[in-house]
Ligand binder design. Structure first.
Ligand code: FE2
Length: 250
């Protein structure tokens, strides 16, 4: 084969593979907890999207049972999402980021506060769990936990106590605050640490749902057992990713 023919064929292959990639990118609108949006052909945000669960309903067994995951995701989380869309329809919030909405949540109706929170918080919760997960964080996150709490065990105790003792419905969080330190905090109902109405603000890195709907079918009144089981499910690579992004945004 002549060298020029060979180079022409390589060129055609490169052009073809680029076109196929471009078509595939256009065909698959994406959504994750960093964006929460779908994107159109032009790459522009064209609406909020309900994120797919990245594992089966039974994948978190035996720590969280199949029925709880199915109802929690497909009914509770979905309802927050649908009510959020209804609450922002026709308002300036339709094209705002969730972060921007949360940072001014005090000026918006309770329907937005509750349902935007429910939509966002549950997305983080599902993504910061995974089957066959748990263990320990690594790298700079492990070092930051040691620096902020003294040790991983002390962090675990503080976070666990926060989840176990939070009165009524709410969330336990690990956050990165504006000073660069990690903190454990809790919020009530569907509030979260990005909202301008909470005492301790920061970027959420790890979220634990302690509403009864998160555990009651399997654990009934024994919330502490559910909180203890959570450590077997934590998706530390996802938490690490959030930490890295939060550091970049500072
Ligand atoms: Fe929940």
């Amino acid at each position: 084969m002549k060298k020029t023919t060979f180079l022409t064929m390589i060129g055609i292959l490169i052009v073809l593979s680029g076109s196929i990639l471009a078509v595939n990118l256009r065909k698959s609108p994406h959504v994750n907890s960093q964006t929460f949006y779908t994107f159109g052909k032009d790459g522009q945000q064209n609406g909020f999207a309900f994120p797919a669960l990245q594992y089966g309903y039974d994948a978190l067994e035996p720590y969280i049972d199949k029925a709880t995951v199915e109802i929690h995701y497909s009914k509770h989380h979905r309802a927050y999402f649908d009510k959020f869309l209804a609450a922002v329809k026709g308002t300036e919030m339709e094209t705002m980021s969730l972060e921007a909405i949360f940072s001014a949540i005090s000026k918006y109706p309770d329907a937005v506060r509750n349902n935007a929170g429910g939509f966002y918080n549950h997305t983080l919760y599902w993504e910061n769990m995974a089957p066959k997960a748990g263990g320990l964080p690594g790298g700079n996150l492990a070092a930051a936990i040691d620096k902020s709490f003294g040790s991983f065990d002390k962090f675990k105790e503080q976070f666990g106590t926060a989840g176990k003792t939070k009165f009524a419905s709410g969330w336990a969080w690990l956050i990165l605050d504006k000073t660069g330190a990690l903190q454990v905090t809790t919020t009530s109902n569907q509030d979260n640490p990005l909202m301008d109405i909470v005492d301790r603000r920061g970027t959420p890195l790890l979220a634990l749902d302690v509403w009864e709907h998160a555990y009651y079918l399997k654990y009934q009144n024994k919330r502490a057992d559910y909180v203890d089981a959570f450590w077997n499910l934590i998706n530390w690579p996802e938490v690490q990713k959030r930490y890295d992004i939060a550091l970049l945004k500072k």
